[in-house]
Design a protein around this ligand. Sequence first.
Ligand code: PNS
Length: 163
Amino acid sequence: MSLAIVPGSFDPMTLGHLEIIRRAASEYDEVVVAVMVNAEKEYLFSMEERVLIAEQTVRDLSNVRVISDTGLLIDLFDRLGADTVCKGWRNGADLAYEQTMAEWNRAHNPRFSTTLYQSESHFTSLSSTAVRNILQDAGSLDGLIHPNAMDEVEKKRHIIDGR
Ligand code: PNS
């Protein structure tokens, strides 16, 4: 059984993330989406909300499950007996960041392996940051958030608006 981890902040999970997860799910027997903590980020959605939105987004993929983890990715990798970590990149800045992360993880765990997927071109402007901005500007999230997760993401708009 091959196993891939797709880790991320997922604040919140977008259709761009789903595209990467689908690709991993077609190449590996089992995919674990790991909602984790990036120490450099402040989150709009709580860990529980990020997990729920991720679960709703991947609901139709039978070989994908969602977990949360507040530890190091190199430790989760060993604990799950993973074969690789899959991440997507949209532009040069993403790629440079992901390569640095891959090198750091490999330097601290020789078993560690990273698989980088280039995102589909129409998803290059699709990001969690865009979603968070739209939530504050009354714009539509159609095409950015999966319909199954829309209600949960929209709840945050009401909180931001104070409605
Ligand atoms: O979606 P992101 O913010 O690019 O995901 C980054 C994430 C959460 C995968 C990364 O920060 C991570 O692996 N966090 C877990 C803690 C860890 O292993 N840190 C080591 C790198 S310094």
